[in-house]
Design a protein around this ligand. Structure first.
Ligand SMILES: CC(C)(COP(=O)(O)OP(=O)(O)OC[C@H]1O[C@@H](n2cnc3c(N)ncnc32)[C@H](O)[C@@H]1OP(=O)(O)O)[C@@H](O)C(=O)NCCC(=O)NCCS
Length: 229
């Protein structure tokens, strides 16, 4: 990984066994996995965290168990100094996760299944900017699809910012100008500056929307690595 590159890894949790996933986790994270009520959710979380530790470990030349992951005040996982020049973010859905990492600036990523789109109808006021609401199509399928597009982009930006949805999403406005979009906000996106949004496209992402948010000088995605395929 060199400056200017963002590496995007697709992770398939099912390629792990429960034992191989847990072997990569420190005790604290094993306990976190154990707090899930359903075993399949515990397995999914452990496999995604194990993949994250393997990817980060490769980037900073440490064994997965020794990767020093800390949490920001808003719960964003980060690498502890002196490894904090590597920025990363993760998003997961049942059966699939995405990990993005790069040097030199914050990144955010969000992954959503396409079949979530109808759930967003009638919720636009809770997360859309008034200008976005004005521009929504009236036809119901197109409207749901555009709402999911806005939601995924917005989560990616707010995950780059590190606040997640603690920053009011309805104050953020997404401007889609393929191949990259941009985000502006009525309340400053302090600390991350301008962000470019990349709607990710890959055969394994059929059935999902996936958006990467990164600073403009990190706009090149040089590789989509398929983790543990
Ligand atoms: C972060 C957030 C947007 C995640 O949304 P989601 O669609 O449910 O989940 P995703 O799969 O896309 O992302 C989850 C991952 O994002 C990362 N994450 C967690 N908090 C984050 C944050 N504040 N910023 C960026 N990334 C974050 C983690 O890696 C998490 O994976 P994990 O559960 O395995 O640790 C949402 O949980 C949120 O807004 N949280 C608010 C943060 C907050 O208020 N925290 C209070 C203080 S702890």
């Amino acid at each position: 990984m060199t400056p200017g590159q963002v590496l995007v890894h697709l992770v398939f949790p099912a390629t792990f066994s429960a034992e191989s996933a847990r072997a990569c986790l420190p005790d604290l994270e094993k306990s976190r996995a154990d707090r899930y009520r359903f075993p399949q959710d515990a397995f999914h979380w452990a496999a995604c965290r194990a993949s994250l530790r393997m990817i980060l470990g490769h980037a900073i030349q440490l064994p997965p168990l020794e990767v020093p992951i800390i949490l920001s005040e808003f719960g964003k996982p980060l690498l502890a100094p002196p490894y904090d020049r590597v920025h990363f973010n993760l998003s997961h859905c049942p059966g699939l996760a995405i990990v993005a990492l790069c040097h030199d600036g914050p990144v955010g990523v969000d992954l959503e299944p396409l079949d979530r789109a109808p759930d967003l109808l009638e919720c636009e006021a809770t997360f859309c900017h008034p200008q976005e609401i004005k521009a929504l199509p009236a036809e119901i399928t197109a409207r749901a699809s555009q709402l999911l597009r806005i939601w995924t982009a917005k989560e990616a930006v707010l995950k780059a910012l590190g606040t997640g949805l603690s920053h009011p999403p309805e104050t953020v406005r997404i401007l889609f100008q393929p191949p990259v979009g941009t985000a502006t906000s009525d309340e400053p996106l302090a600390g991350i500056g301008e962000q470019h949004l990349h709607e990710l496209d890959h055969p394994a992402l059929a059935g999902y929307r996936a958006v990467l948010s990164a600073t403009p000088y990190q706009s090149m995605i040089r590789r989509i690595g398929i983790m543990l395929e």
